[in-house]
Design a protein around this ligand. Structure first.
Ligand SMILES: Cc1ncc(COP(=O)(O)O)c(C=O)c1O
Length: 405
């Protein structure tokens, strides 16, 4: 076995930005644990059953026959025209409003990079997506987490407004509001139309940008879709979409729609990051989208996840002790549990793991990580269906012991 080369640089050798990076505890779970040996509700992996593997086999050949060597060449920084047009048709926008990204994680990172100087404020819901918190930290943003506190039709937007005004009053510059309006990661919640309208108004009033991150939007299991923030306020919103949960995360493909001025900065920024998104993947995605196969597969994916969500909710109701609460999500991949206040899910994690079940402690999704210690995120898309009941039963037993019932 080769020995890793030892590093002799002092920590101060690395850039100031590096010191504000933090590791994803979720990715650490994957590194340390053989997830196939336990019942894992951690991670946000889609079910591999939803990947159209056999269709892809012929699709890749079709693309290579159609485009030849061009499928392996560098492509345009904005993305190949075929994919941009297919996305523009699907979402009813102009192709020049669409920038293809190398995943939506890159979209979050690039938008933060073009907007945020160290100390600039990013307002987000608390809890929120961990990968976004990592990006914000890497640019040394001052992240302000917001929870809805008032009553009324738009409590989240009201809290965002108050946070914004309080930051401005103390001389801090607010640049961006980061939201996941549909089936949020980790809470599973969806913002109402009143919230969306109020957020759009807030962005207009204060001239800030909303970063609308929507990788789960198309995984709706019931109810009517609500308008995107981008459709309500295209001049002030950057919308991020992703192929990860509706097609194949390994393709690392997403898209961004936004105002021309912002997209132009993104275009230049991406030149220093990856020159262009992966070309073969883009042609395959364009072909898959244009042929209608994506929509057909999406129907199958939605039916599969809907039944998993229903079963998971039934199992939680059957096994969880009293004092544990959650809301059944209308879509997406996650359920967020709240336990009695004295239970610390970070401290409980090793016990759960030894008992054979994994989750992600909720506090990791809160900016600063100091709150939400009695919460946990559970994913129901990835676990093998025949292990779901066993996993919920084990988790419920671990929680019952911690509660002291
Ligand atoms: C809210 C949210 N945004 C972005 C991402 C990153 O997705 P992608 O695979 O497109 O980078 C995830 C992944 O789980 C997510 O939950």
């Amino acid at each position: 076995m080769s020995t890793p080369l030892s590093v002799s640089f002092p920590e101060s050798f690395f850039s100031d930005d590096v010191h504000s990076f933090f590791r994803s505890p979720v990715r650490d779970i994957f590194r340390k644990v053989d997830l196939s040996a336990i019942c894992s509700f951690a991670g946000g992996y889609p079910s591999a059953e939803t990947f159209p593997v056999s269709a892809l086999e012929s699709l890749v050949s079709t693309v290579i026959r159609k485009y030849g060597a061009q499928a392996f060449q560098y492509g345009a920084t904005q993305g190949v025209p075929e994919l941009r047009s297919a996305l523009a048709r699907r979402y009813g926008v102009g192709a020049d409003e669409v920038q293809v990204t190398t995943s939506s994680q890159q979209g979050i990172d690039v938008v933060t990079r073009i907007l945020v100087n160290p100390g600039d404020v990013v307002i987000t819901s608390a809890p929120t997506y961990l990968g976004a918190l990592q990006s914000f930290a890497s640019y040394r943003a001052d992240v302000v987490g917001v929870t809805p506190i008032s009553d009324g039709p738009a409590p989240f937007a009201v809290s965002c407004g108050r946070a914004l005004e309080s930051c401005q009053a103390s001389g801090r510059r607010v640049k961006m509001l980061y939201v996941i309006p549909d089936f949020q990661n980790p809470s599973g919640e969806t913002l109402s139309l009143a919230e969306r309208r109020a957020l759009a108004d807030l962005a207009r009033r204060h001239n800030i940008l909303i970063l609308e991150d929507s990788p789960y939007r198309e995984l709706r299991y019931e109810g009517e879709p609500l308008p995107t923030l981008y459709s309500l306020c295209p001049e002030q919103v950057v919308h991020l979409g992703s192929f990860s949960k509706i097609f194949a995360p390994g393709f690392r493909l997403g898209w961004m729609m936004g105002p021309a001025q912002v997209l132009d900065k993104v275009y230049v920024c991406k030149q220093s990051l990856d020159l262009c998104p992966p070309v073969l993947d883009q042609y395959v995605a364009a072909e898959y989208l244009s042929s209608g196969a994506l929509d057909a597969n999406l129907q199958h994916t939605i039916a599969l996840y809907r039944s998993r969500r229903d079963r998971f909710d039934d199992l939680l109701r059957r096994y969880m002790p009293s004092g544990v609460t959650w809301a059944k999500p209308q879509g997406g991949l996650f359920v967020f549990l709240t336990l009695p206040p004295h239970v610390d899910t970070v401290g409980l994690y090793d016990r759960a793991l030894s008992a054979g079940v994994a989750y992600v402690a909720g506090s990791f999704f809160y900016p600063g990580g100091m709150t939400g210690r009695n919460t946990m995120r559970l994913n129901y898309s990835f676990i093998a269906p025949d292990r779901m009941e066993e996993g919920v039963r084990i988790l419920a037993d671990v929680i019952r012991q911690a509660i002291g019932q």
